[in-house]
Write a protein that binds this ligand. Structure first.
Ligand SMILES: Nc1ncnc2c1ncn2[C@@H]1O[C@H](COP(=O)(O)OP(=O)(O)OP(=O)(O)O)[C@@H](O)[C@H]1O
Ligand SMILES: [Mg+2]
Length: 309
């Protein structure tokens, strides 16, 4: 099995700047984990709250490496057929009928139907087979949603990057894919899976990074409005909410305020657009009960709390 070209990144700093070029602002720790994952050829497990940029890491990495992104979206009940391969039964049946109609010798009928032409390749098999000169990025998204049996099966695939199809034999990866697993931590993953991965927890960004993200992602947004939005987001995440908003919500909110022609964050602008950042009625009720004009005013002037700088 060939390796990921080891020269693809020379340092964590390079990763940071390549990600910035692709409008993803990562911090040094994430860049270092990415660097090590590509250097040591280890899968990388990204954990974090929804909307903090886990999936985007894999998308951006595939763009930077100019390589296909193969995505396996996990869910409860995901089975190996959907993840690995399936035989294309309708096509096999059709082929059998055609062969019968062509009066092919009885003992030769169907002899070709368990060949690659009748195989439906699902993401894991695609990832194992697709690398010829450069490794694909395999994104195993939201692995915590899959069942434990599926996790055990993944473990095998990630150890060997080979699979055995009884009718065809063993298929090995030419090049080990770059594997990124994501998890929202809805359940604990097995230690055995974690042991095989480099782990990184993506936290909510600090105010400075969140501002850079918004300025990068939302063309035309003013710096002052961005600063106000990010202060508000930093504050709202400290509230005892059912679901704290992620970076995705910050970006949506900035876009919404921009579309409404708002140049600064006033309490009435917050009230009118709160649904961009809070998606549960109980959270909306809780925040609407607060004195928003006072909070907006305080956030504007309170530079004593470090997280509001
Ligand atoms: N560091 C960042 N730099 C630039 N954009 C970011 C960053 N983090 C998140 N985003 C943006 O936020 C949005 C949400 O990111 P993403 O879908 O990757 O989140 P996620 O953690 O996978 O969420 P979920 O758990 O809900 O799937 C995307 O539009 C992404 O571009
Ligand atoms: Mg995601």
């Amino acid at each position: 099995m060939q390796s990921i070209p080891r020269h693809c990144f020379s340092s964590a700093e390079e990763i940071e700047s390549r990600f910035t070029e692709h409008r993803y602002i990562c911090d040094r720790k994430l860049a270092t984990t990415l660097f090590l994952a590509t250097r040591l050829e280890k899968p990388m497990l990204l954990e974090g709250e929804p909307g903090v940029g886990k999936t985007e890491v894999a998308k951006v990495l595939a763009k930077i490496l100019d390589t296909p992104l193969i995505r396996l979206q996990c869910y409860e009940g995901l089975d190996t057929n959907t993840a690995l391969y399936e035989w294309n039964y309708p096509r096999q049946m059709l082929e059998l009928r055609l062969q019968e109609a062509r009066n092919i010798e009885k003992n030769r009928i169907g002899e070709n139907i368990f060949s690659e032409a009748f195989l439906l390749k699902r993401p894991l098999l695609q990832a194992i087979q697709s690398g010829t000169t450069s490794p694909p990025v395999l994104l195993i998204d939201e692995v915590d949603r899959s069942d434990e049996e599926f996790e055990a099966f993944l473990l095998e695939v990630l150890s060997d990057f080979q699979i055995t199809i009884p009718e065809l034999g063993t298929i090995r990866a030419n090049i080990r894919p770059v594997v990124i697993l994501t998890s929202n931590n809805t359940r604990q993953l097995h230690d055995a899976l974690k042991r095989r991965c480099l782990f990184h927890y993506i936290d909510y960004p600090d105010p400075e990074r969140e501002q850079r993200i918004v300025l990068t992602r939302v063309p035309g947004v003013r710096e002052e409005l961005t600063r106000q939005i990010c202060r508000f987001m930093q504050w709202i995440r400290t509230e005892n909410l059912y679901k704290r908003p992620g970076i995705a919500e910050t970006i949506d909110w900035a876009e919404a305020l921009l579309s409404l022609g708002r140049e600064e964050l006033t309490a009435d602008a917050v009230e009118a657009t709160l649904g961009c950042i809070l998606k549960h009625k109980q959270d909306l009720d809780q925040v609407n009960k607060l004195d928003l004009p006072l909070i907006v005013e305080q956030l504007e002037h309170d530079t004593t709390r470090p997280h509001l700088q």
